[in-house]
Design a protein around this ligand. Structure first.
Ligand SMILES: [Zn+2]
Length: 253
């Protein structure tokens, strides 16, 4: 069975801020589990300032840069991870960006919620700008609404942003959605039963993968990439990701 490629850089282990997404050890368990399961890992390139300016103002870029060079490097590397994941999807490889900092609360000129640059928005906008795609669907199943992503694409007809309310509502939405050139997924796992949301089980994450994989398979030429957003249970984040990827891979193959 075709497996997902994990986009990861060792610097993502580094603590770049004092928030829950940046906490020491947050990605360690997920990294180890996905390695144990035999996934291939590749290291992304760092994003360029021009990539960030596709969706953010110069003033926002400079505000992040002025906080610390370490934070800027990690933020650029996270956006680079999303770009890499999207490019792999374009070439027919399933990809998951095990990246941080997250991005969906980063707007054009501001940010909050442990986010600095909007990773998934940068990746999608770059594909559009390079005429590699004509349109895209972004599905966000994090516990929190991705106000940054939503705002960035509010006046952009080529990109639909959809935040999941429930798995049933997502199925209904996808059943009424037209074909797109690529699906990007803001994969936050803070709805997990043992995380902040206390809502979704591992079976639910597998089902989410199946639903999104089926849609991508039939309506997006199999092009789908996912990037990590929230998810704060250090011990079980890997199980959530693995369940999601298992569903995705089964649906697409
Ligand atoms: Zn969240």
């Amino acid at each position: 069975m075709k497996k997902t490629t994990i986009i990861f850089h060792p610097k993502y282990f580094e603590v770049y801020a004092s928030d829950p997404a940046a906490a020491q050890g947050r990605l360690d368990g997920a990294y180890k589990l996905l390695q144990t399961k035999g996934y291939e890992f590749i290291e992304p390139e760092i994003a360029q300032e021009d990539d960030i300016l596709l969706v953010h103002t110069k003033a926002h870029f400079e505000r992040i840069a002025s906080k610390s060079s370490h934070l800027l490097t990690l933020s650029l590397l996270s956006a680079g991870g999303a770009i890499c994941a999207s490019e792999m999807a374009m070439s027919g490889t399933f990809s998951f960006g095990l990246i941080r900092p997250p991005g969906h609360h980063a707007s054009a000129d501001s940010c909050w919620g442990f986010c600095f640059f909007n990773n998934i928005a940068v990746a999608i906008k770059k594909l559009l700008n390079e005429n590699k795609i004509k349109n895209a669907l972004i599905v966000d199943f994090d516990l929190h609404f991705g106000d940054g992503t939503n705002g960035i694409f509010l006046n952009e007809d080529r990109v639909v942003y959809h935040h999941m309310d429930s798995i049933t509502s997502l199925e209904n939405f996808l059943n009424s959605t037209d074909n797109v050139d690529i699906v990007g997924v803001s994969a936050g796992f803070d709805r997990y039963i043992n995380d902040w949301g206390g809502l979704l089980t591992l079976e639910d994450y597998k089902r989410l993968g199946e639903i999104l994989g089926m849609f991508a398979s039939h309506h997006a030429n199999g092009r789908i990439f996912s990037v990590l957003e929230g998810g704060y249970n250090h011990r079980e984040l890997g199980d959530c990701i693995y369940s999601y990827l298992t569903g995705l891979e089964q649906a697409i193959n």
